[in-house]
Design a protein around this ligand. Structure first.
Ligand SMILES: *Cc1c(COP(=O)(O)O)cnc(C)c1O
Length: 455
């Protein structure tokens, strides 16, 4: 064992602002379109779903956006989050690389998601909203919003993908512990849900369906808004606190990353650690290699099409240009539930299109193998989603070993896996399977893309 090196910032170093990459991009991402008119949507179109403050953040171009003091005060419970140098992992791998990880599993819900859940609950509460609806897959987002709702005394209704509702009772119990109401989706509480149940009574649900249900409730009730845990610009913005802290901590380590690795579901934890460094690069700072890792079972960035698509199955959302597998694509039930979304954040898609980042897809088994290797070296059991980033970082470190050069690798350990031990049990029992698609399978869902590739 070598000594652990932990870089801890004092509370006074919690950033005062979130960083907005929009200010430094060479070109803006294509605008969201109204599904009917195919014209760019305006703030008014989003008003039924989000409070004005969050809509303004969604379209903001200022470089720094102030974090309200009440939000910073709540962040203080677990922020600044620690940054570690993974010296035992380095030793295990016998690599000359320097591996760092930012650990977001220290939040009450165990992942990066409370960074935006607390902010979104604050801005909704501030606007006089009483209730927030949302969807959740594996349950990390639902439990994060439930936690935030409890802090502000707001009612939280979570549409949880039915298969997860049945398979992940502890996540559901966590949401209920925080006081949220959790409904299996598709449900009979919405038109969308009732229609789907009439057609397919044993439908096991998908994120796309759950989003449609949550949006419908928010759009039809004045005192209710909707919150999304990833994908949207303002969500990515809130997560940049991760990268801003990491920047200061890398300075404490007297180092700077050559490579940054993150896993990508909707893109928010990846954006959180990457955007502040990418902004620095775009303003003339050091160039960093940036690597997004996704599951081979849901390969939107590596095999999807960069096109306008709906964010949900019920087609209630605006059309956004993103790397997508098609809104009717239902990914197989891999254990990294948080990475099973058919699309990617428009901002992450845009920087991929601009060639500012690379993407790679990994299979489930190799990803758990990496997670177990990490746990045995560093003690922390990563969430299945985070294992993708771990595997990406390990592969980069092994490349350094092969090439005989020492590079600095930073990755986001976006959550712990304490609620996901069934996945580890399945891995040890040899029950995890790998997944690959041929082009025709992927082409099927893509054939249903909306025609309007306008703008
Ligand atoms: C939700 C979640 C993800 C995927 O969402 P992103 O928006 O891509 O970050 C990844 N890891 C963990 C631990 C999550 O909870």
């Amino acid at each position: 064992m070598t000594d652990t090196i932990k870089y801890l910032l004092p509370e006074t170093e919690i950033p005062n602002t979130w960083y907005n990459l929009m200010a430094d991009l060479p070109s803006p991402p294509p605008p969201p379109l109204h599904p009917g008119t195919k014209q760019p949507i305006g703030p008014d179109d989003l008003a039924p779903l989000f409070p004005q403050s969050l809509i303004m953040q969604e379209v903001a171009t200022d470089r720094e956006i102030e974090i309200p003091e009440p939000v910073r005060r709540i962040y203080r419970q677990w922020r600044p989050a620690p940054l570690y140098r993974a010296r035992n992992l380095e030793k295990t791998l016998d690599t000359p690389a320097r591996i760092y990880y930012k650990y977001e599993g220290v939040s009450p819900a165990g992942s990066h998601k409370p960074n935006t859940a607390v902010a979104q609950a604050f801005f909704n509460h501030d606007a006089g909203i009483r209730k927030i609806t949302t969807e959740t897959g594996a349950g990390q987002w639902g439990s994060s919003l439930a936690f935030a709702g409890a802090l502000f005394g707001m009612e939280i209704q979570v549409f949880m993908v039915k298969v997860s509702y049945q398979q992940k009772p502890y996540r559901r119990a966590l949401m209920e512990t925080y006081g949220a109401r959790c409904v299996a989706s598709p449900s009979s509480e919405t038109n969308v849900g009732r229609e789907i149940l009439a057609r397919t009574p044993d439908n096991s649900g998908s994120l796309g369906i759950a989003i449609s249900e949550a949006v419908e409730i928010a759009a039809t009730n004045d005192d209710t808004k909707y919150a999304l845990g990833s994908v949207l610009n303002h969500v990515l913005l809130h997560q940049t606190i991760v990268g801003k802290e990491a920047m200061k901590q890398m300075e404490m380590a007297d180092d700077y990353p050559d490579v940054i690795v993150g896993c990508t579901g909707g893109g928010s934890n990846f954006a959180g650690i990457v955007f502040p460094f990418l902004g620095e690069q775009l303003r003339g700072g050091k160039k960093v290699d940036i690597l997004a890792i996704e599951p081979a079972a849901c390969p939107s960035l590596t095999r999807g099409k960069y096109a306008y698509d709906f964010g949900d199955t019920g087609h209630l959302t605006p059309l956004v240009k993103m790397h997508t597998l098609g809104s009717t694509f239902i990914p197989p039930a891999v254990h990294a539930g948080g990475l099973r979304y058919h699309g990617m954040a428009p901002m992450v898609s845009h920087i991929k299109d601009l060639g500012l980042i690379d993407a790679r897809a990994y299979q489930q088994v190799e990803v758990f193998e990496a997670g177990v290797q990490f746990a045995r070296a560093e003690g922390i059991v990563p969430a299945p989603e985070a294992n993708h980033a771990v595997k990406g970082a390990i592969d980069e470190a092994l490349k350094c070993k092969q090439e005989g050069r020492s590079r600095s690798i930073l990755f986001n350990l976006c959550g712990h896996g304490h609620f996901d031990m069934q996945a580890y049990s399945d891995y040890f029992a040899g029950k995890l399977t790998d997944m690959s698609y041929d082009e025709s399978e992927l082409a099927m869902a893509l054939a249903g893309l909306p025609s309007a590739q306008a703008a």
